[in-house]
Design a protein around this ligand. Structure first.
Ligand code: GDP
Ligand code: MG
Length: 440
Protein backbone atom coordinates (compact mmCIF):
# COMPACT_ATOMS: atom_id res chain seq x y z
CA UNK A 1 0.00 0.00 0.00
CA UNK A 2 1.14 3.42 -0.99
CA UNK A 3 0.99 5.18 2.34
CA UNK A 4 3.00 2.54 4.10
CA UNK A 5 5.56 2.47 1.30
CA UNK A 6 5.90 6.19 1.65
CA UNK A 7 6.22 5.98 5.41
CA UNK A 8 9.26 3.77 4.97
CA UNK A 9 10.90 6.29 2.68
CA UNK A 10 10.09 9.02 5.14
CA UNK A 11 11.58 7.25 8.12
CA UNK A 12 14.84 6.39 6.44
CA UNK A 13 15.44 10.02 5.58
CA UNK A 14 14.73 11.67 8.91
CA UNK A 15 17.22 14.12 10.31
CA UNK A 16 18.37 16.03 7.24
CA UNK A 17 18.26 19.79 7.24
CA UNK A 18 17.53 20.62 3.63
CA UNK A 19 15.70 19.11 0.70
CA UNK A 20 18.08 18.00 -2.02
CA UNK A 21 17.63 16.22 -5.35
CA UNK A 22 18.96 13.09 -3.68
CA UNK A 23 16.91 13.02 -0.49
CA UNK A 24 13.59 13.71 -2.20
CA UNK A 25 14.09 11.29 -5.06
CA UNK A 26 12.29 8.34 -3.51
CA UNK A 27 9.48 10.42 -2.08
CA UNK A 28 9.02 12.11 -5.46
CA UNK A 29 8.67 8.71 -7.08
CA UNK A 30 5.94 7.81 -4.61
CA UNK A 31 4.14 11.08 -5.21
CA UNK A 32 4.30 10.40 -8.93
CA UNK A 33 2.74 6.98 -8.33
CA UNK A 34 0.04 8.51 -6.16
CA UNK A 35 -0.89 10.99 -8.87
CA UNK A 36 -0.99 8.30 -11.53
CA UNK A 37 -3.10 6.08 -9.30
CA UNK A 38 -5.45 9.03 -8.86
CA UNK A 39 -5.82 9.06 -12.66
CA UNK A 40 -4.00 12.30 -13.31
CA UNK A 41 -2.92 12.26 -16.96
CA UNK A 42 0.74 11.41 -17.52
CA UNK A 43 1.88 14.67 -19.17
CA UNK A 44 0.20 16.60 -16.37
CA UNK A 45 1.98 14.47 -13.78
CA UNK A 46 5.34 15.09 -15.43
CA UNK A 47 4.88 18.82 -15.54
CA UNK A 48 3.66 18.92 -11.98
CA UNK A 49 6.55 16.85 -10.60
CA UNK A 50 9.06 19.08 -12.36
CA UNK A 51 7.46 22.11 -10.78
CA UNK A 52 7.45 20.61 -7.32
CA UNK A 53 11.06 19.58 -7.63
CA UNK A 54 12.08 23.10 -8.53
CA UNK A 55 10.16 24.50 -5.57
CA UNK A 56 11.38 21.91 -3.09
CA UNK A 57 15.12 21.66 -3.63
CA UNK A 58 16.99 23.85 -1.18
CA UNK A 59 14.03 24.23 1.14
CA UNK A 60 14.73 23.95 4.86
CA UNK A 61 13.22 21.01 6.70
CA UNK A 62 11.59 21.53 10.07
CA UNK A 63 13.49 19.66 12.73
CA UNK A 64 10.57 17.39 13.54
CA UNK A 65 10.01 16.42 9.91
CA UNK A 66 11.94 14.20 7.55
CA UNK A 67 12.73 15.38 4.01
CA UNK A 68 10.12 12.92 2.70
CA UNK A 69 7.44 14.43 4.88
CA UNK A 70 8.51 17.93 4.03
CA UNK A 71 8.30 17.08 0.35
CA UNK A 72 4.77 15.74 0.67
CA UNK A 73 3.95 18.99 2.41
CA UNK A 74 5.32 20.96 -0.54
CA UNK A 75 3.37 18.77 -2.97
CA UNK A 76 0.18 19.28 -1.02
CA UNK A 77 0.62 23.05 -0.88
CA UNK A 78 1.40 23.16 -4.58
CA UNK A 79 -1.72 21.16 -5.44
CA UNK A 80 -3.84 23.52 -3.37
CA UNK A 81 -2.20 26.53 -5.00
CA UNK A 82 -2.88 25.22 -8.50
CA UNK A 83 -6.47 24.34 -7.77
CA UNK A 84 -7.33 27.45 -5.81
CA UNK A 85 -5.04 29.91 -7.53
CA UNK A 86 -7.78 31.78 -9.29
CA UNK A 87 -10.89 33.21 -7.79
CA UNK A 88 -13.57 30.57 -8.13
CA UNK A 89 -16.79 32.47 -7.44
CA UNK A 90 -19.44 32.39 -10.13
CA UNK A 91 -19.55 35.53 -12.26
CA UNK A 92 -22.97 37.12 -12.71
CA UNK A 93 -21.82 40.61 -13.62
CA UNK A 94 -23.86 41.07 -16.79
CA UNK A 95 -26.87 43.02 -17.91
CA UNK A 96 -29.67 40.63 -16.90
CA UNK A 97 -30.16 37.92 -17.74
CA UNK A 98 -26.66 36.67 -16.90
CA UNK A 99 -26.40 33.65 -19.19
CA UNK A 100 -24.68 30.47 -18.04
CA UNK A 101 -23.98 27.97 -20.81
CA UNK A 102 -23.41 24.33 -19.91
CA UNK A 103 -21.05 22.30 -22.10
CA UNK A 104 -19.81 18.73 -21.91
CA UNK A 105 -20.18 15.16 -23.10
CA UNK A 106 -23.37 13.16 -22.78
CA UNK A 107 -23.74 11.76 -19.28
CA UNK A 108 -21.28 14.22 -17.76
CA UNK A 109 -24.04 15.69 -15.65
CA UNK A 110 -25.01 18.87 -17.52
CA UNK A 111 -28.76 18.60 -17.02
CA UNK A 112 -28.46 17.57 -13.39
CA UNK A 113 -25.90 20.32 -12.73
CA UNK A 114 -28.16 22.90 -14.45
CA UNK A 115 -30.87 22.10 -11.91
CA UNK A 116 -28.45 22.07 -8.99
CA UNK A 117 -26.87 25.34 -10.02
CA UNK A 118 -30.30 26.96 -10.37
CA UNK A 119 -31.18 25.87 -6.86
CA UNK A 120 -27.82 27.08 -5.56
CA UNK A 121 -28.23 30.52 -7.19
CA UNK A 122 -31.78 30.86 -5.90
CA UNK A 123 -30.76 30.01 -2.36
CA UNK A 124 -27.25 31.44 -2.05
CA UNK A 125 -27.56 34.51 -4.28
CA UNK A 126 -31.32 35.11 -4.14
CA UNK A 127 -31.54 35.10 -7.92
CA UNK A 128 -34.57 34.62 -10.14
CA UNK A 129 -33.45 31.80 -12.43
CA UNK A 130 -34.76 30.54 -15.77
CA UNK A 131 -33.85 27.04 -16.92
CA UNK A 132 -33.60 26.45 -20.67
CA UNK A 133 -33.00 23.19 -22.52
CA UNK A 134 -31.49 23.17 -26.01
CA UNK A 135 -31.18 19.37 -26.06
CA UNK A 136 -33.66 18.47 -28.78
CA UNK A 137 -31.89 15.22 -29.68
CA UNK A 138 -32.10 12.89 -26.74
CA UNK A 139 -35.69 11.77 -26.15
CA UNK A 140 -37.12 13.22 -22.94
CA UNK A 141 -34.05 15.42 -22.34
CA UNK A 142 -36.20 18.55 -22.25
CA UNK A 143 -38.70 16.92 -19.89
CA UNK A 144 -35.82 15.84 -17.64
CA UNK A 145 -34.89 19.49 -17.07
CA UNK A 146 -38.53 20.56 -16.79
CA UNK A 147 -39.03 18.02 -14.02
CA UNK A 148 -35.98 19.28 -12.15
CA UNK A 149 -37.21 22.87 -12.53
CA UNK A 150 -40.55 21.90 -10.97
CA UNK A 151 -38.80 20.07 -8.18
CA UNK A 152 -36.70 23.06 -7.15
CA UNK A 153 -39.27 25.73 -7.97
CA UNK A 154 -37.30 27.39 -10.78
CA UNK A 155 -38.88 28.85 -13.93
CA UNK A 156 -38.67 26.72 -17.07
CA UNK A 157 -38.70 27.98 -20.65
CA UNK A 158 -41.43 26.26 -22.67
CA UNK A 159 -39.94 24.89 -25.89
CA UNK A 160 -42.19 24.76 -28.99
CA UNK A 161 -42.31 21.55 -31.00
CA UNK A 162 -39.85 21.64 -33.88
CA UNK A 163 -37.72 24.53 -32.57
CA UNK A 164 -34.01 24.27 -33.30
CA UNK A 165 -31.41 24.95 -30.57
CA UNK A 166 -30.57 28.45 -31.87
CA UNK A 167 -34.25 29.34 -32.09
CA UNK A 168 -34.81 28.10 -28.55
CA UNK A 169 -31.88 30.13 -27.28
CA UNK A 170 -33.00 33.35 -28.97
CA UNK A 171 -36.60 32.94 -27.82
CA UNK A 172 -35.51 32.11 -24.27
CA UNK A 173 -33.30 35.19 -24.11
CA UNK A 174 -36.26 37.33 -25.10
CA UNK A 175 -38.49 35.52 -22.58
CA UNK A 176 -35.95 36.03 -19.77
CA UNK A 177 -35.75 39.76 -20.51
CA UNK A 178 -39.49 40.17 -20.54
CA UNK A 179 -39.94 38.22 -17.30
CA UNK A 180 -37.02 39.88 -15.52
CA UNK A 181 -34.97 36.81 -14.83
CA UNK A 182 -31.57 37.54 -13.27
CA UNK A 183 -29.94 34.38 -14.53
CA UNK A 184 -30.63 32.03 -17.43
CA UNK A 185 -29.00 28.61 -17.39
CA UNK A 186 -28.81 26.95 -20.80
CA UNK A 187 -28.49 23.17 -20.90
CA UNK A 188 -27.15 21.72 -24.14
CA UNK A 189 -26.95 18.40 -25.94
CA UNK A 190 -23.88 16.25 -25.50
CA UNK A 191 -22.50 13.36 -27.51
CA UNK A 192 -20.81 10.22 -26.31
CA UNK A 193 -17.55 11.42 -27.81
CA UNK A 194 -16.21 14.65 -29.27
CA UNK A 195 -17.91 15.32 -32.57
CA UNK A 196 -17.78 18.17 -35.06
CA UNK A 197 -21.52 18.77 -35.31
CA UNK A 198 -21.89 19.06 -31.56
CA UNK A 199 -18.99 21.48 -31.28
CA UNK A 200 -20.34 23.60 -34.13
CA UNK A 201 -23.74 23.74 -32.48
CA UNK A 202 -22.53 24.77 -29.04
CA UNK A 203 -20.17 27.33 -30.58
CA UNK A 204 -23.11 28.87 -32.42
CA UNK A 205 -25.08 28.97 -29.16
CA UNK A 206 -22.14 30.64 -27.45
CA UNK A 207 -21.91 33.32 -30.14
CA UNK A 208 -25.62 34.00 -29.98
CA UNK A 209 -26.02 33.99 -26.18
CA UNK A 210 -22.75 35.71 -25.19
CA UNK A 211 -22.75 33.91 -21.85
CA UNK A 212 -20.98 35.45 -18.86
CA UNK A 213 -20.10 31.89 -17.80
CA UNK A 214 -19.45 28.96 -20.10
CA UNK A 215 -19.00 26.01 -17.79
CA UNK A 216 -17.39 22.77 -18.86
CA UNK A 217 -19.12 19.92 -17.04
CA UNK A 218 -16.91 16.87 -16.58
CA UNK A 219 -17.33 13.55 -14.84
CA UNK A 220 -14.61 12.95 -12.22
CA UNK A 221 -14.73 9.24 -13.06
CA UNK A 222 -13.52 9.97 -16.59
CA UNK A 223 -9.95 9.89 -15.36
CA UNK A 224 -7.39 9.93 -18.14
CA UNK A 225 -9.99 10.54 -20.87
CA UNK A 226 -10.94 13.84 -19.30
CA UNK A 227 -7.82 15.45 -20.77
CA UNK A 228 -8.75 14.97 -24.41
CA UNK A 229 -12.35 15.98 -23.84
CA UNK A 230 -11.28 19.10 -21.97
CA UNK A 231 -8.80 20.00 -24.68
CA UNK A 232 -11.42 19.75 -27.40
CA UNK A 233 -13.96 21.85 -25.52
CA UNK A 234 -11.39 24.46 -24.51
CA UNK A 235 -10.36 24.85 -28.14
CA UNK A 236 -13.91 25.20 -29.40
CA UNK A 237 -15.28 27.45 -26.66
CA UNK A 238 -14.08 30.32 -24.47
CA UNK A 239 -14.63 28.39 -21.24
CA UNK A 240 -14.80 30.33 -17.99
CA UNK A 241 -14.89 27.50 -15.49
CA UNK A 242 -15.42 23.85 -14.70
CA UNK A 243 -18.00 21.81 -12.83
CA UNK A 244 -16.57 18.51 -11.68
CA UNK A 245 -19.36 15.99 -11.12
CA UNK A 246 -19.76 12.63 -9.38
CA UNK A 247 -17.19 13.30 -6.72
CA UNK A 248 -19.38 11.23 -4.41
CA UNK A 249 -18.14 8.19 -6.33
CA UNK A 250 -14.84 6.53 -5.58
CA UNK A 251 -12.82 8.40 -8.20
CA UNK A 252 -9.66 9.79 -6.66
CA UNK A 253 -10.25 12.96 -8.62
CA UNK A 254 -7.13 13.14 -10.74
CA UNK A 255 -9.35 14.46 -13.51
CA UNK A 256 -9.58 17.70 -11.54
CA UNK A 257 -5.90 18.38 -11.92
CA UNK A 258 -5.77 17.26 -15.55
CA UNK A 259 -8.72 19.36 -16.64
CA UNK A 260 -7.47 22.36 -14.77
CA UNK A 261 -4.04 22.12 -16.30
CA UNK A 262 -5.35 21.64 -19.83
CA UNK A 263 -8.00 24.37 -19.78
CA UNK A 264 -6.33 26.76 -17.36
CA UNK A 265 -9.80 27.48 -15.97
CA UNK A 266 -10.84 27.27 -12.32
CA UNK A 267 -13.08 24.54 -10.97
CA UNK A 268 -16.10 26.44 -9.69
CA UNK A 269 -18.32 23.68 -8.39
CA UNK A 270 -18.26 20.04 -7.41
CA UNK A 271 -21.15 17.63 -7.83
CA UNK A 272 -21.32 15.43 -4.74
CA UNK A 273 -24.70 13.70 -5.07
CA UNK A 274 -27.41 12.99 -7.62
CA UNK A 275 -29.99 15.00 -5.71
CA UNK A 276 -30.55 18.70 -6.27
CA UNK A 277 -28.75 19.73 -3.10
CA UNK A 278 -25.63 17.89 -4.27
CA UNK A 279 -23.60 20.84 -5.52
CA UNK A 280 -20.83 22.46 -3.52
CA UNK A 281 -18.38 25.27 -3.99
CA UNK A 282 -15.09 23.61 -4.89
CA UNK A 283 -12.62 23.05 -2.02
CA UNK A 284 -9.01 22.94 -3.29
CA UNK A 285 -7.62 21.64 0.01
CA UNK A 286 -9.98 18.67 0.17
CA UNK A 287 -9.34 17.87 -3.46
CA UNK A 288 -5.58 18.05 -2.98
CA UNK A 289 -5.74 15.58 -0.10
CA UNK A 290 -7.98 13.30 -2.11
CA UNK A 291 -5.73 13.28 -5.16
CA UNK A 292 -2.63 12.74 -3.08
CA UNK A 293 -4.38 10.03 -1.08
CA UNK A 294 -1.85 10.35 1.70
CA UNK A 295 -4.19 11.25 4.50
CA UNK A 296 -1.98 9.71 7.17
CA UNK A 297 1.15 11.49 6.02
CA UNK A 298 -0.64 14.80 5.61
CA UNK A 299 -2.08 14.50 9.11
CA UNK A 300 1.38 13.78 10.47
CA UNK A 301 2.85 16.81 8.75
CA UNK A 302 0.14 19.09 10.04
CA UNK A 303 0.66 17.83 13.53
CA UNK A 304 4.40 18.36 13.33
CA UNK A 305 3.88 21.87 12.01
CA UNK A 306 1.45 22.66 14.77
CA UNK A 307 3.94 21.33 17.30
CA UNK A 308 6.75 23.47 15.96
CA UNK A 309 4.54 26.54 15.82
CA UNK A 310 3.34 26.03 19.35
CA UNK A 311 6.87 25.67 20.65
CA UNK A 312 8.14 28.67 18.72
CA UNK A 313 5.23 30.85 19.73
CA UNK A 314 5.74 30.00 23.37
CA UNK A 315 9.45 30.74 23.18
CA UNK A 316 8.82 34.07 21.55
CA UNK A 317 6.17 34.95 24.09
CA UNK A 318 8.49 34.01 26.94
CA UNK A 319 11.31 36.03 25.48
CA UNK A 320 9.25 39.15 25.05
CA UNK A 321 7.72 38.75 28.47
CA UNK A 322 11.11 38.44 30.07
CA UNK A 323 11.97 41.81 28.59
CA UNK A 324 14.54 40.49 26.09
CA UNK A 325 14.54 42.36 22.84
CA UNK A 326 12.91 41.15 19.68
CA UNK A 327 15.61 40.35 17.11
CA UNK A 328 15.83 39.28 13.48
CA UNK A 329 15.67 35.59 14.42
CA UNK A 330 12.28 36.21 15.97
CA UNK A 331 11.30 38.27 12.96
CA UNK A 332 12.14 35.37 10.67
CA UNK A 333 10.34 32.90 12.87
CA UNK A 334 7.25 35.04 12.62
CA UNK A 335 7.33 34.70 8.86
CA UNK A 336 7.67 30.98 9.03
CA UNK A 337 4.74 30.84 11.39
CA UNK A 338 2.66 33.04 9.15
CA UNK A 339 3.38 30.77 6.26
CA UNK A 340 2.41 27.71 8.25
CA UNK A 341 -0.80 29.41 9.22
CA UNK A 342 -1.71 29.96 5.60
CA UNK A 343 0.07 33.20 4.78
CA UNK A 344 -0.43 36.82 5.65
CA UNK A 345 -4.11 36.92 4.74
CA UNK A 346 -5.02 34.02 7.00
CA UNK A 347 -3.08 35.52 9.87
CA UNK A 348 -4.72 38.92 9.49
CA UNK A 349 -8.06 37.23 10.06
CA UNK A 350 -6.89 36.00 13.42
CA UNK A 351 -5.48 39.26 14.72
CA UNK A 352 -7.47 41.84 16.64
CA UNK A 353 -8.31 44.90 14.51
CA UNK A 354 -5.93 47.26 16.24
CA UNK A 355 -3.02 44.96 15.50
CA UNK A 356 -4.14 44.35 11.93
CA UNK A 357 -3.82 48.07 11.31
CA UNK A 358 -0.35 48.11 12.82
CA UNK A 359 0.64 45.10 10.75
CA UNK A 360 -0.66 46.68 7.57
CA UNK A 361 1.80 49.52 8.09
CA UNK A 362 4.51 46.91 7.78
CA UNK A 363 2.98 46.09 4.40
CA UNK A 364 3.96 42.62 3.36
CA UNK A 365 2.49 40.03 1.13
CA UNK A 366 3.40 36.39 0.91
CA UNK A 367 5.94 36.87 -1.86
CA UNK A 368 7.81 39.53 0.04
CA UNK A 369 7.72 37.21 3.03
CA UNK A 370 9.66 34.56 1.15
CA UNK A 371 12.34 37.04 0.05
CA UNK A 372 12.60 38.41 3.56
CA UNK A 373 13.47 34.99 4.87
CA UNK A 374 16.14 34.68 2.23
CA UNK A 375 17.72 37.95 3.31
CA UNK A 376 17.77 36.98 6.96
CA UNK A 377 19.26 33.62 6.05
CA UNK A 378 22.17 35.46 4.46
CA UNK A 379 23.03 37.19 7.74
CA UNK A 380 25.47 35.91 10.34
CA UNK A 381 24.07 34.88 13.74
CA UNK A 382 25.62 37.98 15.26
CA UNK A 383 23.98 40.26 12.73
CA UNK A 384 20.62 38.70 13.41
CA UNK A 385 20.83 39.45 17.12
CA UNK A 386 22.44 42.86 16.74
CA UNK A 387 21.08 44.41 13.53
CA UNK A 388 22.54 47.77 14.52
CA UNK A 389 25.99 46.56 13.36
CA UNK A 390 24.69 46.33 9.79
CA UNK A 391 26.66 49.02 7.95
CA UNK A 392 27.03 49.45 4.20
CA UNK A 393 29.64 46.73 3.53
CA UNK A 394 27.73 44.11 5.50
CA UNK A 395 24.53 45.06 3.74
CA UNK A 396 26.23 44.63 0.37
CA UNK A 397 27.46 41.19 1.35
CA UNK A 398 23.98 40.15 2.52
CA UNK A 399 22.32 41.50 -0.61
CA UNK A 400 24.71 39.51 -2.81
CA UNK A 401 24.20 36.40 -0.71
CA UNK A 402 20.43 36.63 -0.93
CA UNK A 403 20.38 37.69 -4.57
CA UNK A 404 18.57 40.98 -3.87
CA UNK A 405 19.44 44.67 -3.98
CA UNK A 406 20.79 46.67 -1.05
CA UNK A 407 17.56 48.68 -1.14
CA UNK A 408 15.66 45.52 -0.40
CA UNK A 409 17.88 44.80 2.58
CA UNK A 410 17.22 48.34 3.80
CA UNK A 411 13.51 47.91 3.30
CA UNK A 412 13.59 44.74 5.35
CA UNK A 413 15.46 46.46 8.16
CA UNK A 414 12.92 49.28 8.17
CA UNK A 415 10.13 46.74 8.36
CA UNK A 416 11.92 44.97 11.14
CA UNK A 417 12.14 48.19 13.12
CA UNK A 418 8.44 48.83 12.60
CA UNK A 419 7.65 45.35 13.81
CA UNK A 420 9.96 45.73 16.76
CA UNK A 421 8.00 48.84 17.75
CA UNK A 422 4.78 46.94 17.26
CA UNK A 423 6.07 44.19 19.48
CA UNK A 424 6.86 46.64 22.26
CA UNK A 425 3.36 47.98 21.91
CA UNK A 426 1.85 44.52 22.03
CA UNK A 427 3.93 43.58 25.02
CA UNK A 428 2.03 46.11 27.03
CA UNK A 429 -1.21 44.54 25.87
CA UNK A 430 -0.30 41.01 26.89
CA UNK A 431 1.75 39.54 24.06
CA UNK A 432 1.97 36.09 25.52
CA UNK A 433 -1.76 35.82 25.76
CA UNK A 434 -2.25 37.05 22.22
CA UNK A 435 0.20 34.61 20.69
CA UNK A 436 -1.42 31.72 22.47
CA UNK A 437 -4.81 32.95 21.31
CA UNK A 438 -3.60 33.01 17.73
CA UNK A 439 -2.75 29.33 17.69
CA UNK A 440 -4.96 26.52 16.42
P1 GDP B 1 -25.95 15.06 -19.17
O1 GDP B 1 -26.08 14.05 -20.25
O2 GDP B 1 -24.62 15.73 -19.22
O3 GDP B 1 -27.08 16.03 -19.14
O4 GDP B 1 -25.97 14.25 -17.79
P2 GDP B 1 -27.13 14.10 -16.71
O5 GDP B 1 -27.29 15.37 -15.97
O6 GDP B 1 -28.34 13.54 -17.35
O7 GDP B 1 -26.46 13.07 -15.72
C1 GDP B 1 -26.12 11.74 -16.08
C2 GDP B 1 -26.23 10.86 -14.86
O8 GDP B 1 -25.28 11.23 -13.89
C3 GDP B 1 -27.58 10.97 -14.18
O9 GDP B 1 -28.00 9.69 -13.76
C4 GDP B 1 -27.31 11.84 -12.98
O10 GDP B 1 -28.19 11.59 -11.93
C5 GDP B 1 -25.91 11.45 -12.66
N1 GDP B 1 -25.18 12.53 -11.96
C6 GDP B 1 -24.91 13.79 -12.38
N2 GDP B 1 -24.19 14.46 -11.48
C7 GDP B 1 -23.97 13.61 -10.44
C8 GDP B 1 -23.24 13.71 -9.20
O11 GDP B 1 -22.63 14.73 -8.84
N3 GDP B 1 -23.24 12.60 -8.42
C9 GDP B 1 -23.87 11.45 -8.78
N4 GDP B 1 -23.82 10.41 -7.96
N5 GDP B 1 -24.53 11.33 -9.94
C10 GDP B 1 -24.60 12.38 -10.76
MG1 MG C 1 -28.61 16.26 -20.46
Amino acid sequence: NLTSRLSVVIKTLRGEARLTEANIQDALREVRMALLEADVALPVVKEFIARVKEKAVGKEVMSSLSPGQALVGVVHQELIAIMGGEKTDINLAAVPPAVILMAGLQGAGKTTSSGKLAKWLMEQKKKKVLLVSCDIYRPAAIQQLELLAKQIGAAFFPVQAGQQPKEIAAAALDFARRHFHDVMIVDTAGRLAIDEAMMAEISALETLLKPIETLFVVDAMQGQDAVNTAKAFAEALPLTGIILTKLDGDARGGAALSVLQVTGKPIKFAGVAEKMTGLEAFHPDRMASRILGMGDVLGLIEEAQRGVDQQAAENLAKKIKSGKSFDLNDFKMQFQQMRNMGGMGAMMDKLPTQLTQAAQKVKMDDKVMGRTEGIINAMTPQERVKPEILKASRKRRIATGAGVTVQEVNRLLAQFEQTQKMMKMMNKGGMAKMLRGMKG
